[in-house]
Design a binder for this molecule. Structure first.
Ligand SMILES: NC(=O)c1ccc[n+]([C@@H]2O[C@H](COP(=O)([O-])OP(=O)(O)OC[C@H]3O[C@@H](n4cnc5c(N)ncnc54)[C@H](O)[C@@H]3O)[C@@H](O)[C@H]2O)c1
Length: 701
């Protein structure tokens, strides 16, 4: 009967479509008791429950994804429903079809809220997961961590960060994936197609346990609206970088990276952070780290945010010191902080454009300026237009998308104009990899360079061009991280101590070129406990180069073998030396024209997969937007075994040196130095090194 509705009776479905627009239908309770009586392990092993769980109430006290714009035709909505219903038994289709359609109409996506599990969503100790293999249990732990309410931005929509960075597209995918992981042996590999678990396939012990792809599209179908459409159809998702690869560890990762950026930006302009002003925006998933990083670096930070809920969260969390809602008050407070050379972080609740304009008018000198609104996602809540209230902007976004787009572009032009006024007075402005310059240029703002060359199209550099690229990535320093799967804080403290010891020893033998990075990282790891940055799993981030990563990992594996600590999961952000090809961000300091290619990221993930990664991932889109980047990453479980020792050496060496080799071929000085050093340490590494051409020769041609 339901199948008939699905396939034969189109009128009935059409009627359903017409009747249910803008209504969330809540259905009668189904076997709530059966579901909750099961233990955590049983619920995981059960996967999608046989009997329908009760419908869920839409909780309003939690942060939800904004309604996505209407993108599907009525015919396409039927396809989206068919796609969603294929996870369920036909006898459940009648109820679910209506419910899913209501979700599609009300939120623009089918999340399958009813199937959200009733157990607490958080990373547990690895021992608490059901299963036949330790590696799979570690992956379950990481998945749950990415959906933890304390970690995820929109946990009910399975979104970890960046507004649209999804772990899965719907709850059926989550349930099925966890079930597969609980069944898998170490001779199987789980294949993930953009959140959908295609299934377990036979493989072997050294193969990755999970291979993840997210958002991989035929290149000509990889634009913003393509994402809206194919995501709404339920066939692809935007995995951001570490969300869809289960490697997000909460805000700590980004605090470390942002601290390094702010510190090095001040070094670049030859100023001490103390008493000097950094102006930026966004208190969201990643951007929220800016004020905290500003405090660690020691400057005055003003960070604008339009969303009152998010601002309050950061204030409660202690990541901002003060909140100000009035521009005159803000000016007075900043002037006072400058005078007293304070270290303070101030949130301005309102639009960033108003801050830039007001500071220009009142002559408040800005030393460093940037922006971290989500311009990779400009039309769906990533960037709010000026002179419109937050609520009205949300309405306009859903109901008048074309007008919203106009308002965003108008604001971007104003935004750039105000920045230009400041930079004319001496402010150092950098793009924070959020596609600010790209979108501003598309809006016709005055951001193009007077003398554009490949890689230097804009007036302003990106933070990778000026800071992270030449100072860190070219030398192999990137966001290495680990998670203590026991869940014990004492394990994390022990790993911090091990890592610190390794780094201190390495620093003594390190060349002058990387002394500054080594010093910053030792300082970070020493202060890590004190900064209390753990949210969710017991995780740590530490910028390290290939040698550092390998030596730290080896020391961990030894400590696990001796029973000093439990299992450790290694990983990294995709925002790294080798994993990501992103012409306006990670690879923006590549000037040989190859920054629009993606060979490095693809090689990276393939190479990692056969050198021992426990899971690998490759994504289209992340950070700067759908179609703008290809990025990949890995996870690796250390269990103290010889196998783990062998895998870590082989994989980590490749994982970093692949990118250094490419950066070296692009004639980046630091990378030429680093790859030559790597070849000396490992004679079987043989990399092609570029011959440099005398500029004069070309000038004379
Ligand atoms: N932190 C980093 O190191 C880093 C690195 C690379 C890229 N990025 C990029 O930074 C961007 C932000 O990431 P996120 O996770 O914080 O995203 P997010 O969506 O969680 O946060 C962005 C915040 O900006 C606010 N906002 C939007 N328009 C505004 C405006 N006009 N004025 C004031 N506030 C406004 C939003 O309300 C939101 O809270 C992304 O594009 C991300 O890719 C960050």
């Amino acid at each position: 009967m339901i199948r008939q509705t699905q396939h034969d009776n189109r009128n009935e479905l059409q009627q359903l479509l017409n009747n249910s627009r803008n209504t969330l239908i809540i259905f009668e309770n189904y076997n709530m008791e059966t579901i909750t009586a099961l233990s955590f392990k049983q619920q995981i092993k059960q996967g999608i429950p046989n009997e329908l769980p009760s419908a869920k109430i839409y909780e309003t006290d939690i942060n939800h994804a904004p309604k996505r714009k209407e993108i599907l035709s009525d015919e396409e909505k039927k396809l989206a429903l068919q796609n969603a219903l294929r996870y369920f038994k036909p006898e459940q289709h009648e109820i679910l079809a209506k419910e899913f359609l209501a979700e599609l109409n009300d939120y623009g996506r089918i999340y399958m809220y009813r199937f959200r599990p009733d157990y607490e969503m958080k990373a547990r100790s690895i021992k608490e997961y059901p299963g036949k293999c330790k590696q799979a249990k570690a992956i379950m732990l990481m998945i749950q961590n990415n959906l933890d309410y304390a970690v995820a931005q929109h946990p009910h929509e399975l979104i970890t960060y960046g507004g649209n960075g999804a772990v899965f597209s719907n709850w059926a995918q989550y349930l099925l994936t966890m079930k597969y992981l609980s069944e898998m042996t170490d001779k199987q590999t789980l294949v993930m197609y953009s959140g959908h678990p295609m299934g377990l396939f036979p493989s072997h012990k050294d193969a990755p346990r999970v291979v993840v792809t997210n958002g991989m599209m035929i290149p000509n179908y990889s634009k913003q609206d393509d994402w809206e459409k194919f995501n709404a159809l339920g066939v692809t998702q935007y995995g951001q970088m570490t969300a869809g690869s289960y490697m997000y560890i909460g805000p700590q990762g980004i605090v470390h990276g942002t601290t390094i950026t702010v510190l090095n930006a001040f070094r670049k302009i030859g100023k001490e952070p103390k008493g000097n002003l950094f102006v930026t925006s966004g208190l969201g998933g990643m951007s929220g780290a800016q004020p905290k990083a500003g405090n660690i670096a020691g400057c005055i930070t003003v960070c604008a945010e339009v969303n009152p809920k998010i601002t309050q969260v950061r204030l409660d969390q202690g990541w901002i010191d003060e909140k100000i809602t009035d521009l005159d008050e803000l000016v007075a407070r900043v002037n006072q902080a400058k005078e007293k050379k304070e270290t303070v972080s101030i949130a301005y609740l309102g639009n960033i454009v108003d801050v830039w304009e007001k500071f220009d008018k009142e002559d408040v000198y800005i030393d460093l300026g940037s922006d971290q609104t989500s311009l990779h996602n400009p039309w769906a809540g990533g960037y709010y237009p000026a002179d419109i209230s937050f609520e009205d902007a949300n309405e306009m976004m859903a109901n008048e998308p074309e007008l919203f787009k106009e308002k965003v572009q108008e604001t971007l032009r104003r935004h750039a104009k105000a920045i230009n006024q400041h930079t004319a007075k001496g402010t150092y402005f950098f793009d924070y990899g959020n596609a600010f310059l790209l979108e501003a240029s598309r809006a016709g703002a005055d951001v193009m360079s007077d003398n554009p060359t490949i890689g230097k199209e804009f007036k302003y550099p990106s933070y990778v061009q000026d800071i992270m690229g030449p100072m860190c990535f070219d030398y192999g320093f990137g966001p290495f991280r680990w998670v203590c799967a026991s869940g014990k804080p004492e394990d994390l403290a022990k790993t911090d101590a091990i890592a610190c010891k390794v780094l201190e020893k390495l620093k003594k033998e390190s060349p002058e070129e990387i002394q500054q990075q080594m010093t910053d990282n030792i300082q970070w790891i020493k202060g890590a406990q004190e900064n209390k940055l753990v949210v969710g799993s017991q995780a740590r981030i530490l910028y390290a180069d290939a040698e550092g990563r390998m030596k730290i990992a080896k020391a961990f594996n030894k400590a696990i073998k001796k029973g000093k600590i439990g299992t450790v999961v290694l990983g990294r952000d995709h925002h790294d030396v080798s994993g990501t090809d992103s012409p306006y961000r990670e690879t923006s300091n590549i000037y040989d024209g190859s920054r629009f290619t993606a060979d490095m990221a693809i090689h990276n993930v393939i190479g990692d997969s056969f050198r021992g990664a426990t899971w690998v991932s490759i994504h289209n889109g992340g950070g700067v937007g759908w179609g703008e980047v290809i990025n990949g990453g890995f996870g690796m479980v250390l269990d103290g075994s010889k196998d783990a020792g062998r895998r870590l050496e082989s994989m980590l060496f490749w994982d970093v040196n692949n990118g250094i080799a490419r950066r070296n071929w692009a004639r980046n000085e630091g990378a030429i130095f680093a790859i030559e050093r790597a070849m000396k340490s490992e004679p079987s590494l043989k990399v092609t090194v570029p011959n440099l051409v005398d500029d004069k020769l070309l000038a004379d041609l």
